[in-house]
Design a protein around this ligand. Structure first.
Ligand code: URP
Ligand code: ZN
Ligand code: ZN
Length: 462
């Protein structure tokens, strides 16, 4: 069980250097020049980048969302992830039955994922109401299951109101738990959805119009103020989509508020509301928050470059265009929210970020590997290639070119939002704990080989 990856450029979040990598028994054993080991299989990575396996801390595998179920389960979704260079996911659970214990969904998610996932995985808990039992169970799940993050929605039917959120934040501060939050102003969004529908304005572009950027900015601001009032409770803004939302984060950063983490997603960096122009095609991009303007994309790239945004995730939440998305034809309010992206993230971010000179290769590793691991209690087991880390490795050839098409992807879904995008760079090989799981865009791993990750505390809780 030894592998040597020779002559590649090893990349961490702070350095890129020519060296060999020795993997043994599923972990990184050594990094250095001229490594050798008897009986080791040798992989030549000359001219290629050797990256830590990417970590996606925002996926929704097998999500039950109202009447519809996301079409990737933990097998197909993690196969897609692996082929795209992601070797760890932390999945956001669906809401459970009204009033249920936090343990209910954890048990349900073990049933959905255990024995299916092909890469390592963890879960974020989900908060859908707050009472004494829920507040107690947050700490229990952190201790016993390594679930050290609990998602709060500021919109949707099972959202938390400000009082409930504030209680959760105080508890999170006490327990060293981080609260990832979906930030949109529910009252305004709901009113606008109804208003557009009443005017007969029901095409996908009105999905975007009914969720203006200021709805995100107001909710981000509110979350950050509530966190500050709760004693700088650890919070993490998921899927930030707008310049206005980012400006609120910048305010908190300028005031040196502790415990604030921020994520954006591939789609908010690379796609715009032009995707909604066609009433049919636009259904593919119905997600919340919606796609924005080019100016928003530019602001988010700036946020990555100056370090205000900590991580890039995917919010992978796929529904078939030909089936579930068609419920939104003629009524955007009936379209299930979400889009695929778990496989596209690393190739698109390498091409649009590194190859186009917007990010360095080290910044890419910081945003896709090291920071998500730190923020969710996985570092240094994941997100780095230092000795002792899990041998999760991606070999990427920067010289290759590829056209992104749905046919070349592995999710169960029937489309990609990035159809036809020309990519610089391609993934040659992906290893999960030392085993090859993807080679030249073919999945070669094993169903159920992924292990459940009991996570430690977030760097935001330190
Ligand atoms: O539209 C989206 N993003 N669906 C998935 C659930 C969520 O809000 O993250
Ligand atoms: Zn969300
Ligand atoms: Zn999500």
């Amino acid at each position: 069980m030894r592998t040597i990856i020779q002559n590649g450029t090893i990349v961490s979040d702070t350095a890129a250097f020519r060296a060999d990598l020795l993997l043994e028994d599923g972990v990184v054993k050594a990094v250095g020049a001229g490594l050798s080991a008897p009986d080791a299989q040798v992989i030549d990575a000359s001219g290629k980048y050797v990256l830590p396996g990417a970590v996606d801390v925002h996926t929704h595998m097998d999500l039950q969302a109202g009447a519809h179920r996301a079409v990737d389960d933990f097998y197909t979704g993690t196969v897609a992830a692996a082929c795209g260079g992601t070797t760890t996911i932390v999945d956001h659970m669906a809401f459970g039955p009204k009033g249920c214990s936090l343990w209910h969904q954890v048990e349900e998610y073990h049933r959905l994922a255990d024995g299916k996932a092909v890469i390592d995985y963890g879960f974020h808990g989900v908060l859908q109401h707050v009472d004494e039992r829920v507040l107690r169970e947050m700490g229990e799940l952190a201790d016993r299951e390594g679930i050290t993050s609990f998602k709060a929605y500021l919109t949707y039917d099972d959202r938390l109101d400000d009082g409930a959120l504030f209680q959760v934040l105080r508890q999170a501060k006490e327990d060293g738990i981080v609260i990832p939050a979906h930030c949109e102003n529910d009252g305004v969004v709901n009113y606008l959805r109804g208003w557009y529908k009443a005017q007969g304005l029901t095409q996908p572009i009105y999905h975007a119009r009914s969720r203006p950027a200021r709805c995100e900015a107001e909710a981000v601001s509110r979350l950050l103020h509530l966190a500050a009032m709760a004693g700088e409770a650890p919070v993490y803004v998921v899927h930030l989509s707008s310049a206005a939302g980012l400006a609120e984060v910048r305010k908190a950063r300028a005031q040196r508020q502790k415990g604030v983490g921020v994520e954006t997603c591939t789609q908010y960096l690379t796609l715009t509301e032009a995707s909604y122009a066609d009433p049919q095609e636009g259904l593919k991009a119905v997600m919340s928050p919606p796609l924005r303007t080019q100016a928003d994309c530019d602001a988010l790239w700036q946020g990555l470059q100056d370090g205000v945004i900590d991580a890039v995730a995917t919010d992978h939440c796929p529904f078939h265009f030909a089936v579930e998305k068609q419920f939104g034809a003629g009524d955007f309010t009936a379209c299930p929210n979400g889009a695929p992206g778990v496989e596209e993230r690393l190739p698109v971010l390498y091409s649009e970020g590194v190859a186009k000179g917007r990010l360095s290769i080290c910044e890419l590793v910081r945003l896709l590997c090291a920071n998500p691991s730190r923020l969710y209690g996985l570092y240094p087991r994941k997100g780095t290639l230092q000795p002792g880390a899990d041998a999760d490795v991606v070999i990427l050839d920067p010289a290759k070119r590829r056209t992104l098409t749905h046919a070349g992807l592995h999710s169960a879904v029937d489309y990609t939002c990035y159809e036809g995008m020309e990519l610089q760079g391609a993934i040659d090989l992906v290893l999960s704990r030392g085993e090859v799981v993807a080679r030249d865009n073919q999945f070669v791993g094993k169903r159920g080989a992924g292990r459940y990750l009991k996570r430690g505390h977030s760097s935001l809780a330190e």
